[in-house]
Write a protein that binds this ligand. Sequence first.
Ligand SMILES: Nc1ncnc2c1ncn2[C@@H]1O[C@H](COP(=O)(O)OP(=O)(O)OP(=O)(O)O)[C@@H](O)[C@H]1O
Ligand SMILES: [Mg+2]
Length: 324
Amino acid sequence: MASMEPLLEVRGLRVCFGPADRPARAVDGVSFRVDAGETVALVGESGCGKSVTALSLARLVPEPPGWYAGGEIRFVGTDLMRLRPAGLRGVRGREIAYVFQEPADALNPLFTIGAQVMEAIRLHRPDEEAQSIAASLLEKVGLPAPEALMRAYPHQLSGGMQQRAMIAMALACRPRLLVADEPTTALDVTIQAEIMDLLQNLQAELGMAILLITHNLGIVARIAQRVYVMYAGRIVESGPVRNVLDHPAHPYTRALLDAVPRLTGSRARVSGIAGSVPDPADWPAGCRFHPRCPRAQALCRERLPAVEEAGPGRSVACHFWRDA
Ligand SMILES: Nc1ncnc2c1ncn2[C@@H]1O[C@H](COP(=O)(O)OP(=O)(O)OP(=O)(O)O)[C@@H](O)[C@H]1O
Ligand SMILES: [Mg+2]
């Protein structure tokens, strides 16, 4: 509903790394929103700033070398950029929870799965309930024999099971927003699909919103309602998923779609996009995509395109999107 306040509204977020006189402007004026209960995808090539954007939401970018150069992160009406550390601790993991690509980054090898899930639960529930809640969470994420699993150590689980355990931990506090950063990239294709189905089912059951970061446009088409396309620290296009994927307005989105592996006869063909993402300490002048853009003209080398409305719920930052 248009009148509803978004769950999360990020405006003009800027995150830099390194020295102030030559900053790497990894996230450079990013604005987006996530409504309660929806799945929003953030896509773009490696190095475009997706993870830095995601980590910034709960102010998890390591400072230094990172530093916040501006912007607002409104979460249920509060600007997280202005919260003190104690306030932020109340948000991290409880209101905004994360699932990362590598379960190994989230699971401690020295503690049992049960101990780790229970620790997450104890943040907000009485001690005596933790054990039974942990077991039911493990069951909810589709892990067999949860009681036995509670006593297992991470290395005794397969990659897919570790990923499920990490999701159980992320869900322990019933977050309103789950940020899933390439949650299945390290897994094989069958397990990927299972984990994605799991996330979708949990979302329907728990009513949380998901911000999904992925390279996989097939997954985006399947589970997200809206998508933001990020290039070189900025959002270049956004809108309803079907709409954007069927009729991309930005040449970068089109290039991403063209780069999706296709089956031609028996051979898989991956074209990729010619060239590479520039260095955040040295973004090109004008439109940052112009050195790689087949449609670039003089204006593109000179002026950064503004974000324009391009139909219902759609936006695009390209001087020539109308000519597409
Ligand atoms: N801790 C850090 N110190 C210095 N630079 C960093 C740090 N973290 C990220 N960066 C830089 O910020 C830019 C954006 O990185 P980010 O990890 O957000 O990319 P990404 O879009 O998530 O890429 P990928 O798809 O590979 O995960 C990169 O140039 C990266 O080198
Ligand atoms: Mg990343």
